[in-house]
Design a protein around this ligand. Structure first.
Ligand code: LMR
Length: 394
């Protein structure tokens, strides 16, 4: 049965993680996979998470099924975290999903069932898993311009020109904040222009919000999405607790659908539930229980927000330090955009040859498109990266 299979391409992010783990060189630097790391290169369990887990351990009394849509308290808390009061509650429905990827899958299935001919427009570049996911559900992927490699910033005019040409059969996949891989994000004014465009064309937004709280703050990061939500009749959004709660392996995410009315929102919910039941029956409970515990308890929530803020500030400090270190060594402002970017990543815009050289000669790992994970840096690593980068791009 398998003999006619073609070899499937490996996901480059996880392939790089494996290559890094196998590298035995001392002082190697992992700027690959999007996982938060502290100054020691460790991905810590947040203390609010530990406390919530302890509480669950002591109070949990069953491992019985929760239900196809998952934990209701979790879903309500995730809607509130992302959308606040930007859209009336009666138009919003959500199902708990296995991580942000699981949430995206649920929403892509919903789109497929709503409009099998939809084309899904993905930013150039985007998270490498977006296109395979769209293809896997049987939708057609397309690409809109997003990033200007010469400035390291968003090429907004090119983006909006493409969006303005779309229509009702088009879905636009937008990164809610902290664009992956570039780190270049839309301003609030630009979000407003995107809303104008979507309103005019009837194209449908699919929002991927995997990094809320990693940019400028929980509310600031959601401001663009909330603006869209306050203006558009319908949209869907995938949120994730992998990064902002550090629950990577526990797979906690949420698929949110906003309908024009309570009736259409219910139709969307029923389709999501039927897709989930046929695929994996229901989501894993643990991560969502942890999140619901934290968000439902003011002390734990305050502790979590403070930890998240510290992580965010550290990433911003790493950005400033890296931009400065490169400027000092190169005597140029070519990489200053790193300090302007927000979120976990920046796309440096150097060639694959330079990326290879940094890996081979300096044991510095980044994705082949030169995306770096800013959280993977620390003071000494900033110096090493700046030295190596300036030497390799001279
Ligand atoms: C990344 O982009 O590195 C993360 O989102 C991890 C993943 O699942 O790809």
């Amino acid at each position: 049965m398998f003999e006619h299979l073609k070899p499937a391409p490996q996901d480059k992010i996880f392939a790089l993680m494996a290559a890094f783990n196998e590298d035995e060189r001392q002082g190697k630097i992992d700027l690959g996979i999007g996982v938060y790391k502290d100054d020691h290169g460790k991905t810590p369990i947040m203390s609010a998470v530990k406390k919530a887990e302890q509480r669950l351990l002591e109070t949990a009394s069953t491992k019985g099924y929760v239900g196809v849509g998952g934990d209701k308290a979790f879903n309500a808390a995730m809607i509130d975290l992302a959308l606040a009061d930007s859209v009336p509650a009666e138009r919003v429905r959500a199902v708990q999903a296995p991580g942000g990827t699981g949430a995206l899958w649920v929403l892509m299935m919903l789109i497929k069932r709503s409009n099998p001919d939809a084309r899904v427009w993905i930013s150039d570049p985007s998270w490498p898993n977006h296109t395979p996911m769209v293809e896997q559900v049987g939708l057609e992927p397309a690409v809109y311009p997003y990033f200007d490699r010469s400035t390291g910033l968003v090429n907004f005019e090119a983006m909006i020109e493409t969006l303005d040409g779309l229509g009702k059969n088009d879905v636009v996949l937008l990164h809610g904040c902290c664009h992956n891989p570039t780190g270049a994000n839309l301003s609030l004014e630009q979000w407003g222009r995107v809303a104008d465009s979507l309103e005019r064309t009837g194209a449908f937004p699919l929002i991927d919000m995997a990094y809320q709280g990693f940019g400028d703050g929980l509310d600031k990061d959601a401001a663009g999405v909330r603006l869209l939500a306050s203006r558009l009749p319908e949209f869907v959004m995938a949120t994730s607790c992998s990064k902002n709660f550090g629950l990577y392996r526990d797979r906690a995410g949420c698929a949110i659908a906003v309908g024009e009315s309570a009736r259409t929102a219910d139709l969307a919910l029923k389709q999501m539930l039927s897709a989930v039941r046929a695929a994996y029956s229901q989501p894993p409970a643990h991560g969502a229980e942890v999140v619901a515990t934290i968000l439902g308890d003011s002390a734990l929530r305050a502790e979590w927000e403070a930890e998240l803020e510290a992580m965010r500030n550290r990433m911003i400090a790493n950005r400033t330090a890296l931009a400065e270190a490169i400027r000092e060594r190169s005597n140029s402002t070519d990489f200053d955009f790193v300090a302007e970017h927000r979120g976990m990543f920046s796309l440096l815009g150097v060639s694959e040859k330079v990326v290879e050289r940094l890996k081979d000669e300096d044991a510095i790992y980044m994705l082949d498109d030169s995306r770096i994970n800013i959280a993977g840096l620390a003071e000494d690593r900033v110096v090493k990266l700046a030295d190596a980068l300036v030497a390799a791009t001279r």
